[in-house]
Design a binder for this molecule. Structure first.
Ligand code: 26Q
Length: 758
């Protein structure tokens, strides 16, 4: 293997066929892709004992070149070698398309988990789908989101086609699911695989306007898009088709591998652990039982084996996201599973008289989460508060039945991508201060506490933040032609657009700020408010919120009096690549969901690790972040989850009362349909949002408004007046981020649930 710069240069020049100065980034990229593939292949290892299969409808893996080079120990030699020849890693990275195989947190978590598994030398593969267009590409025109297909596949992607296919029966017709594989490199660790299934017959010509397509032509459209619009029956049915293709091919692959390794299937649990990532892959339970029965195992035993093999992770407490399907849908798409599901329902019903835990309810709806809890041995939430809420309210009846199954696994992030890769300057500073042990043992970051009062270190840390802000500003200029001021405070809210995440609360604050500036109450330092978010194509209010923010951005831009102090920026097509640029540049991380609604959040951890302070509610993992850093090093505001839950139980929240009694709230909401806003935006969208906030406000934005304003103003004033103290507090945040490494999370899953072989 070539480790040195000169060795790398020799190999690359040979592969590219010419001097590196003159060859294109494409050819260098292709050569490096081959080198990395070969090197990762060398690090695959035979499996002893139990192997994990992480099955998930989403894997938001991001670009892989730099990540893999870092993990394989080749990054520095490549970078130095390219720089010698006048070439940059940044431009090289632009050649690679980002695979858009996920929506947000759940998919990105799956990707972080794969990285940690390989890094910890644990045998663990992913199982998912090879979506041709993945999640849509987001475009802004006239301050409105529109969607176009994102064709990410091609010569430059990492998925390798294999000869393996598995037969899958959909609506009585047999299809062949072909296996593709992406190598998953560990940091100085083993190589695992992400197994993605696809049909050979997919045909992008069925795509019409935007991302619309003929939803009934399964052979051509099955894996075209990630989670197609489920606002109609055809969309919902297509989701079931997709899920079954994934779980049926996945289950066959698992049984095949285990049998090859010597399993007689009765002992399957000694060979395989399956983690079900939310309910989307839940049909793997009846499918495995069906396959085991086909191979001669009795139903009861098959159900017991599957219970021992499988575990389930819940990622949400929003009732509307807990999948339940009409029986008729499953009868149509997967009739072979219905007898199995009916028997499972009978067994579950025999265990309790509690109708609320039934798999098939009286309205003939099939509850996927219920099947998961009855027929897996572990149900976990993704942050301490989330797990408590599951046990005490949402899944309380199940918790009473199976207290031993419930456990918490607080989410984490991989520090390789979210520190080493995205913030090399900070990585180097940390390494100079405490050595390189933190790269594999994140708890060592704690050693940074020693430097909390070291002014020289704090000055370096502040300089790195400023550099990252400039680099982000350059990127923004280059990609979206937007100019921002790196000397302003950067507040960032980046995550999927959802009412419970409350981008609308941030919006109301910005309107409030606009009025204050107009009245002469300027902030202590100019503010740049940055958003990144995609809205589900059929989620009207989410799109209205984007419209309102983009419109406000325009209004402010046209107003020199305000724009000196306040700028609002909405990043177009937020994705992993954009996140890697934005997160190291952030000063204030906005984690402002309605308490009790955000299961965990993982962006909050990425911002903290990169030296931002959090402005947040006591929700999800924010609670654990607050615990870790102490209340002086985080800005917490708003109602507690207990208060929120009580308000929902009493059903006595009335947005209109808040609107009528609070002048600041009224002023901000009224502004949505002001002359200024209507001159730049669409009345229909703005009025709909306004009506929603006054008439409903299901996620209780208004009761938290004043507390939010006060805390945010405090944060901005602290940033402006006590820069050294601000930086000291960011250092404390970095030093306490170790707990949020996905290496810790994976070690806990392994210790409590998987018990994998090495
Ligand atoms: C379900 C039914 C019908 C249509 C769509 C869906 C659906 C699709 C995607 C439901 C949920 C998702 C994605 C959920 C998700 O990303 N959850 C996030 O998971 C993160 C990792 O655990 C947490 O940090 C976040 O708090 C949580 O919101």
């Amino acid at each position: 293997m070539m480790k040195t710069k000169n060795e790398m240069e020799k190999v690359l020049t040979e592969m590219c066929g010419s001097n590196l100065e003159t060859c294109s980034y494409e050819s260098i990229y292709t050569a490096l892709l081959k080198i990395a593939e070969k090197e990762s292949e060398r690090k695959t290892a035979p499996v002893k004992g139990r192997k994990l299969y992480y099955i998930s409808a989403e894997f938001l893996i991001g670009k892989l070149l730099s990540n893999n080079l870092i993990n394989l120990g080749l990054y520095d030699s490549v970078k130095d070698c390219l720089e010698d020849h006048g070439k940059s890693m940044a431009e090289l990275e632009e050649v690679e398309p980002e695979p858009s195989l996920g929506n947000g947190g759940l998919g990105r978590l799956a990707a972080c988990f794969l990285d940690s598994l390989a890094t910890l030398n644990l045998p663990g593969d992913g199982i998912g789908l090879r979506y041709h267009c993945g999640l849509f590409h987001q475009n802004f025109k006239n301050q409105l989101q529109s969607e176009t297909p994102d064709f990410w596949m091609g010569d430059h992607d990492w998925a390798q086609m294999t000869e393996k296919t598995y037969p899958v029966s959909l609506a009585g017709k047999e299809y062949q699911a072909r296996l593709y594989q992406i190598a998953v490199t560990g940091y100085e660790g083993r190589t695992n695989h992400l197994n993605l299934f696809d049909l050979d017959t997919i045909d992008p010509s069925v795509i019409g306007e935007g991302i619309s397509f003929d939803k009934t032509d399964i052979e051509k459209n099955l894996t075209l898009f990630l989670y197609p619009d489920d606002s109609d029956d055809a969309g919902r049915l297509l989701r079931i088709y997709q899920q079954y293709l994934m779980v049926s091919a996945g289950a066959q692959l698992i049984l095949e591998e285990c049998e090859e390794r010597g399993s007689n299937l009765h002992d399957l649990a000694d060979y395989a652990a399956i983690q079900i990532n939310d309910t989307h892959p839940s049909m793997v339970i009846p499918e495995l039982i069906r396959l085991l029965c086909e191979k001669g195992i009795e139903f009861e035993e098959a159900a017991e084996i599957v219970t021992k093999v499988c575990a389930y992770t819940n990622h949400t407490i929003l009732a509307e996201a807990l999948e339940k399907w009409p029986r008729s849908y499953l009868e149509q798409v997967v009739p072979q599973l219905m007898p199995v599901i009916e028997k499972l329902d009978e067994i579950a019903r025999a265990r309790t008289s509690d109708e609320s835990t039934a798999i098939i309810d009286r309205n003939q709806m099939i509850h996927m989460a219920h099947m998961d809890i009855h027929f897996t041995h572990s149900t976990n939430g993704v942050a301490a508060l989330h797990t408590e809420i599951l046990k005490n309210s949402e899944l309380h009846n199940f918790y009473q039945m199976y207290p031993e199954k419930f456990n918490n696994k607080t989410n984490g992030i991989t520090f390789r991508r979210w520190l080493l890769k995205c913030n090399p300057e900070l990585t180097e500073l940390i390494e100079n201060l405490i050595g390189s042990g933190f790269k594999k043992d994140a708890a060592e970051l704690e050693k940074l506490m020693e430097f909390a009062d070291d002014e020289t270190v704090l000055k370096k840390l502040a300089a790195i933040k400023h550099d990252n802000k400039k680099a982000f500003a350059d990127w923004l200029k280059h990609t979206q032609n937007i100019t921002v001021n790196p000397d302003s405070i950067f507040t960032i809210q980046s995550k999927r657009l959802h009412e419970y995440k409350r981008q609308q609360l941030n919006l109301l604050y910005l309107i409030h700020q606009y009025f204050e500036i107009k009245a002469g109450n300027t902030p202590e330092v100019p503010v740049t408010a940055i958003f990144g978010a995609k809205a589900a194509p059929a989620y009207t209010i989410a799109k209205d919120i984007i419209h309102a923010i983009l419109t406000l951005s325009k209004v402010i831009e046209n107003d020199p009096e305000v724009s000196r102090w306040l700028q609002v920026v909405f990043i177009e097509n937020y994705n992993v690549t954009a996140a890697e640029k934005m997160i190291p540049a952030c000063d204030l991380s906005e984690q402002i969901s309605l308490a009790s609604k955000e299961a965990s959040g993982t962006g909050n951890m990425k911002f903290m690790l990169n030296g931002a302070l959090t402005l947040g509610t006591m929700d999800g993992a924010n609670v654990e972040i607050a615990d870790a850093v102490g209340e002086g090093n985080i800005y917490i505001f708003g109602q507690s989850s207990a208060q929120v839950i009580r308000r929902y139980q009493h059903g006595d929240y009335c947005a209109r009362e808040w609107y009528e009694t609070d002048a600041n709230i009224r002023r901000a909401i009224q502004f949505l349909t002001s002359e200024e806003m209507l001159s730049c935006g669409q009345e229909e969208n703005l009025r709909r949002l306004q009506n929603e906030l006054i008439g409903k406000d299901w996620f209780q934005t208004l009761p938290d408004f004043n507390a939010y304003v006060v805390r945010k103003e405090q944060a901005i004033a602290d940033y402006a007046h006590h820069p050294m103290d601000w930086t000291r507090r960011t250092l404390i945040n970095i030093s306490q981020a170790g707990f949020f490494s996905s290496d810790r999370t994976i070690a806990e899953y392994n210790e409590d649930i998987w018990h994998l072989g090495k």
